[in-house]
Design a protein around this ligand. Structure first.
Ligand SMILES: NC(=O)c1ccc[n+]([C@@H]2O[C@H](COP(=O)([O-])OP(=O)(O)OC[C@H]3O[C@@H](n4cnc5c(N)ncnc54)[C@H](OP(=O)(O)O)[C@@H]3O)[C@@H](O)[C@H]2O)c1
Length: 327
């Protein structure tokens, strides 16, 4: 039986590069030859062991994967189909994408969307899918590129943030990007941001109702940052909340909601139903310029995942990182 490499956590603590064989694959009706995976904040927490992500051991890490169907007992998928899987508990309750082969439940698969290569789907990954779900949520709440004013993206230098900046700019929104790193300013401007906001400005408690600045926002930070963003959102605006890099609390009041009609929109990409995923992937294929996506992407070998996981947890990662499972 041929062995293949994978990043595996055998017990609570850091995961490492190990060898697996087919008899270690889980049950499932589709086997995928995994070509690419990606690095997300949650992967950082799982691989370093710094966050309680993994629910059972041993666990193949990696919340995303893209590859080609190698064997299928499902009528929905044929050998050779190019597919993408994100979320659904990969690296939590089911073995994930840092491997060259994985067996999965057919209902988790989405076909590679038009307009993106398999590698580009992982440049998008869970982070980018989440960005697009946030944009769609803002659109449904009535936030439009025609509105006078800016849409704010927090944690803009990271994966979710940078893809959100790129998509919003392409759609014609005026985008303000909040970052804590001066070295990302040119990068964020190259993605289409027209205003840069210092992260510290939002991390400090202000008035419960502050000066109205944003027509909408994508927040990846949570805690005081989200509270400040809500207090600065214009009458009738909306904020899509998807992250907690700054903390899981929310020290706000009801005033933005009851006096300005501000909406707080929760966004989850992990258990998101398939029709919404398919819509978001189609939109990404259309509304995310691939030249910009390539610009915000770094490709790294699977062997470096333990090191890269430390970087993303420490907030040192810029844009999106694609993991090449073949190297
Ligand atoms: N709801 C969902 O389904 C879903 C899906 C994907 C991700 N998420 C969440 O979204 C968040 C971002 O994920 P990601 O993959 O984009 O991570 P990431 O690439 O590490 O980006 C996070 C960015 O946040 C900023 N940041 C880091 N620490 C911070 C702090 N203490 N205070 C304020 N800002 C800080 C940094 O940007 P700057 O240096 O530019 O400030 C960093 O690059 C995470 O909390 C993740 O769990 C949620």
């Amino acid at each position: 039986m041929t062995a293949f490499p994978a990043i595996v956590a055998t017990e609570p603590g850091p995961a490492s590069l190990q060898e697996l064989t087919d008899d270690q694959l889980p049950d499932g009706d589709v086997t995928v030859a995994v070509r690419w995976s990606s690095l997300n904040y949650k992967d950082g927490l799982a691989v370093t062991g710094k966050g309680k992500i993994i629910r059972s051991y041993p666990m193949v890490c990696g919340i995303d994967l893209a590859g080609t169907v190698e064997a299928s007992d499902s009528s929905s998928w044929q050998v050779g189909d190019e597919v993408v899987v994100t979320g659904w508990g990969l690296s939590e309750t089911a073995p994930g994408g840092y491997t060259q082969r994985q067996r999965l439940r057919s209902e988790w698969l989405v076909g590679r969307p038009d307009g993106l290569t398999l590698q580009q789907t992982m440049a998008v990954g869970t982070a980018g899918l989440t960005s697009m779900l946030c944009v769609i949520a803002l659109e449904r709440a009535g936030v439009s590129p025609d509105a006078e004013g800016e849409v704010l993206v927090t944690g803009a230098g990271g994966g979710v943030g940078s893809v959100a900046v790129a998509v919003l700019a392409k759609l014609g929104y005026r985008v303000a990007a909040s970052t804590g790193r001066a070295e990302t300013h040119d990068f964020l401007r190259s993605l289409g941001a027209t205003t840069i906001v210092d992260r510290e400005e939002l991390a400090t408690a202000g008035k419960p109702l502050d000066k109205e600045r944003w027509v909408g926002a994508v927040d990846t930070v949570g805690s005081q940052t989200l509270a400040t963003v809500l207090a600065q959102t214009r009458y009738g605006g909306a904020v899509a909340a998807c992250g907690l890099v700054g903390g899981g609390d929310l020290p706000t009041t009801v005033l933005p909601f009851i006096l300005r009609g501000v909406s707080l929109l929760g966004v989850d990409s992990v258990m998101c139903p398939t029709p919404q995923r398919v819509e978001a992937w189609q939109r990404l294929g259309r509304d995310l310029p691939t030249a910009v996506l390539d610009e915000l992407t770094t490709i790294e070998p699977m062997a470096r995942v333990p090191e890269l996981a430390e970087d993303i947890v420490a907030g040192r990662t810029r844009g999106r990182v694609v993991i090449d499972t073949a190297t």
